[in-house]
Design a protein around this ligand. Sequence first.
Ligand SMILES: [Zn+2]
Length: 135
Amino acid sequence: MVMTETQPPADSEKLPRCRVGSKAENPCWRPAVEKQFPEDEGPTLCAEHARESSLIEDSDEWQSALYAIEEWKRGPVVEARSGYLERLVWRMLEEAREEFAKASAAAYAAKILADQGPPEEGEPRLTSDSGLQCG
Ligand SMILES: [Zn+2]
């Protein structure tokens, strides 16, 4: 049986680390390659966490759109007593719910991917929990 040696982090020492979890016990192990905010001076997030963060933003925006439509429906739309308007609002709500569900599922998938440990740990991490046996 051959043990693969862990590679020393050659160039990654020079790169800034992704800041996710830097104040917690499990800081992200990847180098930062993307800015979290346009005004950041340098890269602060790894590609995986940058993707997660932008997908979370998407899903947050859909959620607030959904809340806004619901509020509108409960207030002005009810007062307007228009079946046409109500039908339109239902359609908007349906679309917003669907988009929010899609966006939050995508954000969750990106989070799972971003939370994976370094590949040196040997085992493939992105698999279902059962069925994998070391042989
Ligand atoms: Zn990261």
